[in-house]
Design a protein around this ligand. Structure first.
Ligand SMILES: Nc1ncnc2c1ncn2[C@@H]1O[C@H](COP(=O)(O)OP(=O)(O)OP(=O)(O)O)[C@@H](O)[C@H]1O
Ligand SMILES: Nc1ccn([C@@H]2O[C@H](COP(=O)(O)O)[C@@H](O)[C@H]2O)c(=O)n1
Length: 228
């Protein structure tokens, strides 16, 4: 089996359900789970921790050249580390969410982290790894046997995210989410499915229905791949 065949690739915009759905798929199948956004977030945290700004591409490149990132593939172990620092919670703070797109805009950094993702999957002992992000179906693993674009209407995604962040102003949450999508989608296209990528639109689906729809696609693609 090539390492590309170990990928179950899932892309989508912010708040589309990539991480919650991917974790559930990984748990049910005994697969690994890789949250690539966590790596970009951890690098943004690392840049800020060095007193720099992610709009400064040189500062991002410098931080990336010394980036001791670690993340387990266990879907129930979400700890993220940069060197000795546990940044699991810090990378979800609004200041990091607001800064992360700056990191994602630096092409050399994308190449570096994509190599890291491929290595993590290749070296893992899981039979497959659900890898979610923005460019997994198109750049990181375009040859993966299962490639899914998970999407939902912008207002639905904003409402789901606002529901998670108790105490945050819903309009501000929606604005931040849409701003991040606009910036990110100028770097990689995760709003339109590339040829061969299956779309699951969860706008009208609850969480359980979304998981079921993604599982159906995985089964269909796996059957097609094995000629079953
Ligand atoms: N189909 C669904 N119906 C209802 N809620 C959902 C559905 N899918 C996901 N959610 C909820 O929406 C919220 C956002 O989902 P999640 O964090 O998985 O999105 P994401 O795409 O990984 O976002 P981000 O890219 O910003 O990390 C979570 O609270 C999750 O439980
Ligand atoms: N494949 C990816 C994954 C993420 N990004 C960037 O990271 C940010 C955070 O991602 P979340 O999934 O945690 O929302 C995202 O806004 C992108 O800037 C990326 O570029 N490519």
């Amino acid at each position: 089996m090539t390492s590309a065949q170990k990928f179950i690739a899932i892309d989508g915009p912010a708040g589309s359900g990539k991480s919650s759905v991917s974790k559930e798929i990984a748990r049910r199948h005994g697969y690994g789970y890789l949250d690539t956004g966590a790596a970009y977030r951890a690098l943004a945290w690392h840049v800020l921790d060095r007193g720099a700004d992610t709009s400064d591409a040189d500062a991002v490149r410098a931080a990336a050249s010394d980036f001791p990132f670690a993340q387990a593939l266990d879907p129930d172990d979400r700890r993220v580390r940069v060197g000795g620092a546990d940044v699991t919670d810090a990378i979800r703070e609004p200041r990091v969410s607001a800064a992360v797109s700056g990191v994602a805009r630096v092409p050399e950094v994308r190449v570096q982290v994509n190599e890291m993702f491929r290595r993590i999957v290749a070296d893992s002992e899981y039979p497959a790894v659900v890898v979610e992000g923005r460019d997994i179906t198109t750049v990181v693993a375009p040859d993966a046997p299962v490639r899914i674009l998970l999407t939902a209407a912008p207002e639905v995604r904003a409402a789901r995210r606002a529901g998670e962040l108790a105490g945050e102003n819903a309009a501000a949450v929606a604005e931040a989410l849409h701003k991040r999508d606009a910036s990110d989608s100028s770097v990689v296209d995760f709003l339109n499915a590339a040829p061969g990528v299956d779309v699951v639109d969860s706008t009208e689906l609850d969480f359980a229905q979304t998981v079921a729809a993604v599982l159906t696609v995985i089964d269909q693609r796996r059957d097609a791949d094995t000629g079953a």
